[in-house]
Design a protein around this ligand. Sequence first.
Ligand code: FMN
Length: 325
Amino acid sequence: MLKLGNLNLDVPFYQAPLSGYTDRAMRVIARSYGAPLTYTGVLLDMIALHEKASRKLFFRPRADESPVGAQILGADPETMAAAAASFANVGFDLIDLNFACPAPKVLRRQRGGYLQKEPDSVIKIIQYVRNSISCPLTIKLRTGFDSSQESIDRFWQICQGAVAEGVDGITIHGRSVRKMYRDRGDWEILAEVKRQFPHATIIGSGDVMDAETVIMRLKTSGLDGVIIARGAIGNPWIFKEARALWEGRPKPEGPSLTEQGEVILKHYELVAEIRPMLKSIRYFRKFTVGYSRRHPERKQVQADLIHARNRDQLFAAVKKWYGVG
Ligand SMILES: Cc1cc2nc3c(=O)[nH]c(=O)nc-3n(C[C@H](O)[C@H](O)[C@H](O)COP(=O)(O)O)c2cc1C
């Protein structure tokens, strides 16, 4: 059981926020395979305050995907607070603040990971947002801006301040902002955070690519939970497998080709509900890499799925390789 404020999750792992991936379609699929919580990809605070954008389909969670968290990016405490309130009002169950994003355009605008240079700004944003919502509030960090002692000190200052402000969870990706995705994530620092703040809820992230790693990280780090990010792209079965292992059952047999094909089609149909046809086909390509990985003829399957130019071609490719559709 994992508690994030008033949200009780029956397993201590869930779907990580993934910009460009965790839209409603991926969230629904992840939930159907046992993710007890999912997130949006990071959303700029201003979007929540822009009336036209906020009416769009992608903005609102639907009942069948609850609970779902909205992750917000921004730098101004008042705007972040107003955005958080707006997301909570349209039905998101949890608000997560992004102080981790390493994308250059985000850093240039002094948002996301940049704010790890400014512990006071981070704490002020947390205070404003906390006062604007009544649902659970979590934050996402990396282990500092870079590997300098100054950055490490600021990282600890942020953890301490966030715990003092009573955030409901701190998720930490075990790499500095400057590291982007290089090298392996450092789980020892994450374990140290839990040792320093034993009463806080600390969630770990980094290189969790299969169900065995989910369980290994939970058992060896002492953390309260783990998020599954790249490991869930085109692989919702990871949630089912991790559930089985966590409950002491053997890892289930991999999905049959029929089941894989059905999930690919279902995922695409959900994408098509929120995107026009041409865009949906282009957008869906990146998922086919993950989905085809379980097929014995992986390379040819991937090539066929990626080359589909419209719905009919995608369905024909799935029929050819998976026998469904
Ligand atoms: C394509 C992509 C998009 C991501 N988008 C977000 C995001 O919107 N918000 C966030 O907090 N982290 C984001 N992340 C970071 C992941 O949530 C996670 O912390 C990171 O990938 C490390 O976990 P992994 O090595 O198991 O993938 C993203 C990562 C990737 C690869």
